[in-house]
Write a protein that binds this ligand. Structure first.
Ligand code: PEP
Length: 260
């Protein structure tokens, strides 16, 4: 029997975090030029800071480079100064939104927003209502990995963050070990493989056959030099890329892992 994951079209999504002003959108234009010369078998998205979402979408790269936001509020509108709703992102031209990134789940002392999985679930529901696709991030701290709690932590985040109404068309999971983000460290192939297999099992248990078709990205210090090895791991259906998505050449080098 062929594995249902064989048919999954991978996604390589860039997360620009709080980087980039209008001038940096030239990197997306350069990325487009790179991609025009390549044959590759994955979807590509750039999740820009909220200030750039509209301008990025207006570059009209369509399905070739899809536009995403990096967070949305759970409410449609209201007294939430400084926040952006899923409807607003959609209106600005976004197709995707990242929810539950570890930098937002982290507490305020560590520069985050203390977002719980319950909040993440509400944001995903808001994204669904606005017809945005969510990339939901899960991942363990280094202390949790050292304590042997990785699968337990990731399993709980997944269970509590995902609404029952998820479908493969509107959500993507990103496994991002917190200690691998921006650190240059990557887990071993065996470590990634074990977590992705665990996530796949949990998705199939909860959602049945559609759970077998949901994309599971790996994120954490992915770069052109390690992308091919990481993207070949079973149940790794693409990448969420931070630092290396800021430069067109590096990002294209990662997408090249799916070159045909
Ligand atoms: C991220 O922020 O989602 C990420 C994976 O960052 P980096 O690629 O820089 O580790």
């Amino acid at each position: 029997m062929t594995s249902p994951t064989k048919k999954i079209k991978p996604l390589v999504a860039g997360n620009w975090k709080m980087n980039g002003t209008g001038a940096d959108l030239r990197e997306v234009r350069r990325l487009h030029t790179h991609l025009s010369k390549m044959k590759y078998g994955c979807d590509v998205a750039v999740c820009a800071p909220a200030t750039l979402v509209h301008r990025l979408a207006a570059m009209k790269f369509g399905a070739k480079i899809m536009t995403g936001g990096q967070d949305c509020h759970a409410a449609e509108k209201g007294a939430h100064t400084g926040d952006v709703s899923a409807e607003m992102l959609k209106d600005a031209g976004a197709k995707w939104v990242i929810v539950g990134h570890s930098e937002r789940r982290a507490d305020v002392k560590r520069g985050g927003h203390g977002e719980t999985s319950k909040i993440v679930r509400e944001k995903m529901l808001a994204a669904q209502k606005a017809e945005l696709r969510s990339i939901v991030c899960v991942g363990e701290l280094l202390s949790e990995r050292k304590a042997g709690d990785t699968l337990k932590v990731v399993g709980a985040q997944l269970r509590q963050s995902l609404p029952d109404t998820c479908s493969a068309a509107d959500i993507v999971i990103a496994y991002e070990p917190v200690w691998a983000i921006g650190s240059g460290l990557t887990p071993s192939v065996e470590q990634i493989s074990a977590v992705h297999a665990h996530i796949r099992k949990a998705l199939v248990r909860r959602f049945g056959t559609p759970g077998g078709a949901m994309r599971i990205l790996y994120g954490g210090s992915v770069k052109p030099s390690n992308a091919s090895e990481l993207m070949m791991i079973k149940d790794v259906n693409g990448a969420l890329v931070g630092g290396a998505s800021l430069k067109a050449q590096d990002f294209a080098g990662i997408i090249a892992a799916y070159q045909r």
